[in-house]
Design a protein around this ligand. Structure first.
Ligand SMILES: [Ca+2]
Ligand SMILES: [Ca+2]
Length: 132
């Protein structure tokens, strides 16, 4: 009986958004990385901007970290859709996940340099918040 009550409470907690099915140590969505941590997190070659490859490598690592059942697909429980995600379609394959990342990157890369400056990331995020 106690187990039933505990699981009922757990279900209610999830339904009310008290807990997230994702774990605390999950790598955050690129869109959720604070601007002040973008370069330290993503700029591996130290050129002061986020290259397509750097962001894509992060997106791939994150995909595999979130894919708990290793079926090469992320469902809504493994990766809850949210405003900071590059794509909210679920389930999503690694190919679609990377395509969504590429589309976002191209959208943000205002000068077409193939590398996102902090200004471009900030402007891109603001444009999205404005219903872009
Ligand atoms: Ca870089
Ligand atoms: Ca999966």
């Amino acid at each position: 009986m106690k187990a039933v009550i505990v699981s009922a409470v757990a279900i209610a907690a999830v339904a009310l958004g008290w807990t997230s099915p994702s774990r605390a140590d999950d790598p955050p969505a690129i869109g959720a990385i604070p601007l002040s941590e973008i370069l330290s997190t993503l700029d591996r070659n130290g050129n002061g901007c986020v290259d397509l490859e750097e962001g894509r490598n992060y997106a791939s690592r994150r995909f595999h970290a979130l894919d708990r059942n290793h079926d090469a697909s992320l469902d809504a429980e493994e990766a809850p859709p949210g405003p900071e995600e590059t794509s909210n379609s679920r389930p999503i394959s690694i190919a679609d996940w990377q395509d969504a990342y590429h589309a976002r990157f191209a959208d943000f890369d205002a000068d077409g340099s193939g590398c996102l400056s902090l200004q471009e990331v900030e402007a891109g995020r603001n444009a999205r918040k404005g219903g872009h």
